[in-house]
Design a protein around this ligand. Structure first.
Ligand code: ACO
Length: 356
């Protein structure tokens, strides 16, 4: 059955994934330019175009939106806390009103960054921490997670992550957002559709398999033998290879640089980094020897896992943190679809039994 490969389902000014050259362009800027240099707010403004205010007005209104989102945390009950973090995020997002206005968009842009730390803390038996609307978005998300002000290196690392995953062409969750937005159901319904798609293990819902692999390898000395054994048994190494990127995954490079900055600031466990470096070295060498004609490079998942772990997010929260970054792209695509698009309504070919 077709997965719509090679079908052009939308025209967009938002992002271009150039797999052959290993480039990701977001609203006219390469990811190499943006990651590590721009904040979540900057890239939200870039993507949102005329949908949202820009500059300090955006930061102020996003801060106010985080406060509005926090009021919803009062609805966190045992039933929601019994769900996975992604399902808990979905439940809290579903309570928000629908609309196609800037206030609704800002509330949705703010919500995952507020709900995910609250879910993490409440599930751990800790009180949720209220946002500080005067803080930067990434800094506030980390304060709400940790209960202390983050270091500059930590804020830069989370901003780099949120920017890196902000948009990536017509991936499944973004397409879901566009389909729902095209019915004019409203931004909240479009974000819920996107979050539902993101949750699946084939998209953003397989949190932490890279960390599971690192845990299984154990120590740098065991990397060679563990990887040789896994490949001999036909297993896939988590965090390597990509369907579209052939020469490099620019998101992996952006996050690797962010990790190196965290390492230089002494903000990452040195042993964990040493193990990850040994696993990456061995994996790349052995994959090259096994598949000399198929470039298999480190992908975004490998460094995402290490970065989010170093920032203190538990692995079951990784999908929610992904949503906190990708929500900017989802909103921009929903807006673009509403502004210029028509109802998305493809055809199917009937292959069932003939009627009498
Ligand atoms: N480990 C071992 N072998 C691999 C890996 C890997 N990570 N990736 C590809 N290969 C091998 C395949 O076994 C295949 O060998 P074969 O021809 O003998 O069957 C060959 O390389 C080509 O593989 P494809 O399936 O054509 O690669 P494809 O482009 O379809 O898959 C994918 C891309 C799914 C990401 C794959 O590389 C993979 O499974 N990686 C591990 C899981 C992972 O890291 N997922 C996150 C991806 S990043 C993201 O989606 C956000």
């Amino acid at each position: 059955m077709s997965g719509l490969d090679d079908v052009i389902a939308a025209e967009t000014r938002l992002s271009e994934v150039d797999g052959l050259n290993g480039r990701l362009v977001i609203s006219g800027h390469t990811l190499d330019e943006l990651a590590g240099n721009r904040s979540f707010e900057d890239v939200l403004a870039l993507l949102a175009g005329d949908m949202l205010p820009t500059g300090s007005a955006l930061a102020t209104r996003l801060g106010a939106a985080r406060l509005r989102a926090f009021a919803e945390v009062a609805w966190l009950d045992d039933a929601i806390l019994g769900l996975s973090i992604t399902e808990g995020l979905r439940a809290l997002m579903a309570r928000l009103h629908d609309g196609e206005d800037a206030d609704t968009a800002l509330l949705l842009a703010a919500a995952p960054a507020v709900f995910v730390p609250a879910l993490v803390r409440r599930r751990a038996g800790l009180a949720a921490i209220a946002p500080d609307p005067s803080s930067g978005h990434a800094a506030d998300m980390l304060t709400m997670l940790k209960g202390r002000a983050p270091s500059k290196a930590e804020v830069l690392a989370l901003d780099t992550y949120l920017v890196t995953v902000s948009d990536h062409g017509l991936n499944a969750s973004t397409f879901a957002a566009r389909v729902v937005a095209s019915t004019r159901a409203g931004y909240t319904s479009a974000m819920l559709a996107a979050l539902g798609a993101l949750k699946g293990p084939l998209h953003g819902g397989a949190p932490g398999p890279v960390l599971d692999m690192l845990d299984a390898v154990g120590t740098p000395d065991e990397a060679h033998g563990w990887i040789a054994n896994a490949l001999a048994h036909g297993e896939r190494l988590m965090g390597f290879g990509h369907r579209i990127y052939r020469v490099r995954d620019p998101r992996a490079d952006a996050l690797k640089a962010a990790l190196a900055r965290l390492g230089a600031a002494g903000e990452i466990d040195a042993q964990r980094l040493e193990l990850a470096e040994a696993v990456e070295r061995e994996a790349l060498a052995q994959l090259k020897a096994k598949k000399p004609d198929r470039p298999l490079e480190t992908n975004v998942e490998f460094f995402t896992a290490l970065l989010l772990e170093a920032l203190g997010f538990p692995r079951e929260a990784f999908t929610g943190v992904f949503a906190a970054g990708r929500v900017s792209g989802w909103l921009a695509h929903a807006h673009e679809q509403i502004e210029g698009g028509r109802l998305i309504r493809p055809q199917s070919r009937y292959v069932g039994p003939k009627a009498a």
